[in-house]
Design a protein around this ligand. Sequence first.
Ligand code: HEM
Length: 426
Amino acid sequence: MAATVDAGVDLSDLEFWARPRREREAAFAALRERDSPAFFQELKMPFVKTGAGYYALVRHADVVEASRRPEVFSSEPSVTGVADLPRYFARYFGSMINMDDPRHAEIRRIVSRAFTPRVLAKLEEDLAAAATEIVDDLLRDGPGDFVGRVAARLPLQVICDMMGIPPMWRPRVYEATNAILGIGDPDYTGGREFAASGVTRTGVLFGLATAMAAGYELNHMAMKLARRRRVRPGDDLISALVAAEIDGESLTDQEIGSFFILLVVAGNETTRNAMTHGLRLLTRNPEQRELLMADFDGRIGGAVEEIVRIATPVIQFRRTLTRDHEMNGHRYRAGDKVLLFYNSANRDAAVFDDPDAFDITRSPNPHVGFGGPGPHFCLGANLARREITVMFRELFTRIPEIRSDGPADWLYSNFINGIKRQDCAF
Ligand code: HEM
């Protein structure tokens, strides 16, 4: 086992993730300067099987190589978190994101057609109509929380439409996905008093129980929809999942349920943060906003990529070494865990000039905000790009003076760079 080196910080310490953002960015910049990747011990938690520790991959080159070589850097047994998913969790959260090919590819193929640019182009009118309604409502209700009034609405509506989730269930879908990815945040794990107890037995038990209850509820919805679609198929993704056969076998209920959960969580909990970060970035960088407005259609593509690079809504995913392997001068052993810190790779000066600057004309912009190149590259990247583009076009054309107002209420998380509330003014 590698010894913990004195990296000057401890990424496993939950307090680190509550520190001011500039401090955290400086810590990652220092980690990128090291000759070898830093090794961190895992936080010991009750009820969770923890291992020895993990290497932090903080450089762009390392994150790209680990993403591109799945035969060495495996997504099994799980990518979400350093600890392996407890068995009772895998039932709801053990989907294709935690699998290697060929099973991963077979499952991804069932829905991937729905996410191609050509198929998404057909959604364009629906997206535009939804964005118009959102801005109508904002103008009617006036300034207030941008997350609730704008950023959360379009992604929720789109993913629920794609899955065939009835409108009545949608507020619960939203609450459940928030609870799952807000697992360490006091607002989602049942109150500040529990969060204050941190990694005590009560705190951890509460977090796990909240996420499990949310998983149970979403799974229950998936099973109900699946039963309906078996009798009366539609053109939604649940119908595609229940009709799919791999080697003559249908997907199991567990596979359908966990795939459903993966899609609604990923569809909901990422793009809304990108939009909110986008409003903040365009507010703090008025010259970039002017550039964008001078040629919206010509520059929005670059602006979206730059927002995703700077914001990096998903901070990290994990890989596990299948065998001994040398990468960029360091020898990893079979069984080692590595965390791919996309936030850090996206600020790597070896790849990005002036990496802290928000520059919507940056080109090329090989950021890894949607993951590195490889089989797990974000399935929803094109959808997210379309959603942000359509929403921002409607917003900035009809309310050109809209801006973020005051500080953000940040999600407390080492996984999602989330914003719970952000006021806007106009
Ligand atoms: C700005 C928004 C988004 C960001 C930053 C983001 C980020 C990511 C990242 C970093 C991965 C890589 C996982 C890995 O390599 O292990 C990923 C995978 C994935 N994303 Fe996204 N995502 C976004 C939007 C979406 C949307 C809208 C959906 C819609 C359903 C989605 C669905 C998925 C799925 C299903 C995977 C797993 C792919 C696989 O394992 O093959 N994402 N995403």
